[in-house]
Ligand binder design. Structure first.
Ligand code: WTA
Length: 660
């Protein structure tokens, strides 16, 4: 809450410079307001105009928004297109064939450049290779790849043949991978022998083998293995094929599969407040439109830019702002394999200098970690690097605290580059609330105003607008083209999670609390209102971590809450009741380590609880409900001032407090 109040009292304002306004696609507040007005007057017409201007259609659509089966909205449904054509072939036709599409910056610092022509060739051959294995339109393909040209190409190849990809972040465990493969009913997995991160190699194919060995993945008929390190790995005859073998002899062109605008381009699993991760399903036409539009309006992408988004393709940011948006705009972008702190914490700044990056998009967690690192070791301070090519910065994934914002602005942006603090979600497909470089006066810690056409608002628990200056639920009042279409295989859960009846069933509920500044109307995000934690910009459901903990034979019961953390935004804090006696001293430390490793194995290292405390019990009401509110207070180290007389076992609080 301290961050929120400091944002609300923030008085520093950074209006756009004349130069920025001069070059921006949306130039000046009047232009922004005109777009908002256009959307207000003729909502469907506004998006239809943009979809005609920015996307290349095979068959033009005649209908814009279809609300007949709300909240399962459809956009441009009778139009057809191919997303990969829009990202690749379009650039060959536009004279970008020899332009660098991707600068691949490997973990070890080696850089490789791939032109649009070369990427097109790779994707076509990849697509033909997948087809040769019987994979086609409507199939689901899981991609478990390191950051690589081949990872991007795998996604594009799926898009080209109309297969729906589901990328699983390379840090997820075999069990998480197995759940996603099984839920999606995927027919193929595309992976690599190993990945390289921070000077180390980590097995990937071995994790896929383990996942497939768990059962429930019988739908998988093909595994494509990209040789990243050339490690000696077992291959299963008939099922497994090396990527180079798959590509060998394939034709250099591949006629795209023209699909309807609503055809599912991808599924991406993300954490919700209950149960297992949900497969967020995105469309082709509407999704692509927003990817392109936000690249142009938010990032002001221009032909001469060198653009770098540091996200992984395993997250939605890597989908929209690496694989699709930049390519569809003919940009030159960096695809980075490594980690920000290796070989030292100057890696980002050194890479910006090396490639002359002009647009840089990263997460607050990375910024906070690098601030700290530069305080410890002055050699990696950004002042030691030439960052003069930068002209625009972006932030995504979690609230950026004003101190980190100012450091980013001054130390990285040289007080000349506007920061786009982009609020959005896996479900929204692209930016929802964000400054535009040529329009918005920036306020540190605020994502400012809705993207033109996005009807963001703040409401109370009955769905009524709250006044500016008061907090409430962030909602979107009208459907937009790049929105989630459904939760794969669970339309009811889609409705319940995003269009709850309590709010009238017609408002998209983002799951975040927010507030608008009483004077400017600027939005500030106050964090999740559900049981979802945001750890280093990664979404984690507390229930998922709890289920992982109780799956351990030693654990009787577990409750997981978040607590604020200077570096990671939120930290995971678990309260655990063991089946055996409560350990103390070294035995407790050992048990903590054991359970942390267990969660890493069950879900992935990102889900490891930072704190684990043991108790003989958990604080519960007489009806047996765990009092999470109290656990949150304990996790933060706060005094408990509430009345605890209704607790079944008030004494447990003292025990849990002392077990810190
Ligand atoms: C949070 C990532 C504040 C928010 C693109 C949201 C943010 C969740 C911001 C989505 C921001 C994302 N300011 N909070 N600029 N961007 N969030 O699905 O809680 O991984 O609901 O998508 O991250 O996370 P997701």
């Amino acid at each position: 809450m301290s961050t929120i109040s400091s944002v609300m009292q923030e008085t520093r304002v950074f209006p756009p410079s004349a130069e920025t306004v001069g070059r921006a696609a949306v130039a000046g507040m009047a232009a922004y307001e005109a777009l908002c007005k256009e959307a207000e007057t003729d909502y469907a017409g506004y998006w239809a105009r943009l979809a005609r201007e920015h996307v290349v259609w095979k068959t033009p659509f005649t209908q814009s928004l279809d609300e007949s089966n709300a909240p399962f909205y459809r956009w441009f449904a009778d139009g057809s297109l191919n997303v990969s054509w829009n990202c690749l072939d379009r650039n060959l036709e536009n004279g970008n064939a020899d332009k660098t599409a991707i600068i691949f910056e490997a973990d070890d610092g080696k850089a490789t450049r791939v032109s649009y022509r070369e990427l097109h060739l790779l994707v076509c051959r990849f697509a033909n290779g997948l087809k040769s294995r019987g994979i086609g339109k409507g199939d689901r393909v899981v991609i478990y790849m390191p950051m690589s040209v081949e990872g991007v190409a795998a996604m594009q190849a799926c898009a080209r043949i109309g297969a729906t990809h589901s990328v699983v972040f390379g840090g997820f465990s075999a069990k998480s991978l197995q759940e996603r493969i099984s839920d999606a009913g995927a027919v193929a997995v595309i992976t690599a022998d190993e990945q390289c991160r921070g000077g180390k190699t980590l097995g990937l194919k071995s994790v896929v083998d383990e996942a497939l060995g768990m059962g429930g993945c019988e739908s998988i008929k093909t595994m494509v293995v990209y040789r990243r390190t050339g490690a000696d790995i077992p291959m299963q005859a008939g099922r497994d094929v090396f990527l180079d073998d798959l590509l060998a002899g394939q034709a250099d062109t591949c006629e795209p599969e023209w699909v309807g605008a609503e055809h599912p381009l991808f599924l991406l699993y993300t954490s919700g407040s209950t149960g297992k991760p949900k497969g967020v399903q995105h469309s082709s036409g509407g999704y692509l439109l927003h990817a392109i539009l936000t690249m142009k309006w938010t990032f002001d992408i221009k032909p001469e830019d060198v653009y770098w988004c540091t996200a992984d393709i395993g997250w939605v940011t890597g989908h929209t702002y690496i694989t699709y948006g930049p390519l569809a705009c003919g940009a030159t972008q960096i695809v980075f394999e490594g980690v920000p702190t290796w070989p030292d914490a100057g890696r980002f700044w050194q890479t910006i200098e090396k490639h002359g990056v002009s647009i840089f998009y990263t997460a607050p967690t990375a910024i906070r970690a690098l601030i700290k690192a530069s305080e410890v070791d002055p050699k990696v301070h950004p002042r030691n690097y030439s960052l003069s090519t930068l002209r625009l910065l972006g932030s995504v994934g979690e609230p950026i605290n004003p101190e980190a914002w100012m450091w980013y602005y001054e130390q990285i942006g040289g007080s000349r580059c506007p920061i786009m603090d982009t609020f959005w979600q896996t479900e929204t497909g692209g930016h929802m609330i964000t400054p535009l470089p040529g329009v918005t006066p920036l306020v540190p810690g605020s994502c400012t105003l809705p993207f033109p056409g996005i009807q963001a608002a703040i409401v109370d628990e009955t769905g009524h607008d709250v006044e500016w200056g008061k907090g409430g639920f962030l909602v979107v009042k009208k459907p937009w083209p790049s929105m989630i279409r459904t939760i794969y295989g669970d339309p009811e859960r889609f409705k319940k999670s995003y269009y709850p009846e309590d709010l009238g069933g017609r408002l998209y509920l983002a799951g975040d609390g927010a507030m608008r500044d009483a004077k400017t109307g600027n939005f500030t995000i106050m964090g999740r209102i559900d049981d979802v934690l945001n750890v280093s910009g990664h979404r984690m459901g507390t229930m998922e971590i709890e289920s992982a903990l109780v799956a351990n034979p030693l654990v009787a019961e577990a409750a997981v809450v978040g607590r604020p953390d200077d570096l990671t935004g939120e930290a995971i804090c678990a309260f655990v009741v063991l089946k055996q006696a409560r350990p103390s001293g070294d035995a407790a430390k050992l048990m903590v380590k054991q359970l942390q490793d267990w969660v890493a194995k069950e879900i992935g290292p990102i889900a490891k609880p930072k704190d684990i405390r043991f108790g003989d019990n958990l604080p519960k009401t007489r009806s047996g409900k765990i009092m999470r509110r109290l656990l949150r207070a304990l996790a933060k180290g706060e005094e408990i001032t509430q009345d605890v007389s209704t607790l079944e076992n008030p004494a447990i609080l003292e025990q849990l407090r002392q077990s810190a």
